[in-house]
Design a protein. Sequence first.
Length: 347
Amino acid sequence: MWAFIKKYFGWRDWAVLVYNSIFENLFVLLYILVREQKWTTQDLTATIVFLLFSMFSTTYGYLINDYADMELDRRHGKSNTFENDSRGRALWITMLFLFLSVATGWYFSDRMTFLELWLAWIFISTFYSLPPLRFKERGKPGLLLVVLAQRLLPVLLVFTAFDFHRTGEMVLLAVYVFFRGISSDVNHQVEDYENDIKTGTSTFAVSSGRRVARGMLRFSLEMEKVLLLIVLLYITHTLAWMDFLPLLCWLLTVLLYVGMLLFGYKQQWVDQKDPNPFSHPGTVFQFLHHSYPSVILSLVLSLILVYFEPVFILLFIFLLWVRRVFSLEMIKKSFVYNVIRKAGRDA
């Protein structure tokens, strides 16, 4: 049983926890809980169910893609979850995770908007890879659809599942998440450019050219950094009602981002460093794109929830485990650790 779970649910070293749009942008959900003061045991239950829903849904998205690409990946020698499975076995395993996604998503089915967005997500995720639509080969429209399915729809599902109706904040958060998605998916296409050329896969990068794709990536990376700063400042305004300790914790978190953002611009403009966070792990650019929004913001907001309702310590501990904060190896690879170590050597 464990071997089955690790191979399929734990797809590619537990990508379901790392490359999961809800987990990548979990601070949005946690912000809603703090903003709306949703910190009862019932709210914690809803949060846990939604996280399970996101995990099963993400696994389905990955598996349906691998199922559709079984033959293509075999020809090109690429790793595929189902490389040792028959098509029949691959199909029933994929459908199993779709069923688990439906089972957990049904918890929120009393909200009609949630159902509509959910059906749209299933449709796009399914035909992202499956013929005859195969959106991943539709150039610019395909790129927009994959960002919609993998990034924007999940955050819209968060808004509807937790009854968040503040239009201005929804737009701001959704636009930020959209640009994060553009950065990630365009980078993926740039990295796969040569393989896609060989296979005749008409992605956005292939149809527009590598230079245009890299320009789009650079623009998107800059937009997401600025948008996150605006998000942080706006959240500071909306959470100004908090007690001294959680407010101080939040303000220090915002100051950390401002400091790292200025340092990043110095590295980029003065030192002429490549700002691509995907090419240079362990740098300030990787910290600004991934570590800060996906790890630090989520942990800080979950800790603020613990302050108001101690039962949320369960969620905080879970996030510590997911982000491998207890792992000495992960800590040593982090940008913050390397900065502190360098400062200690220079002192």
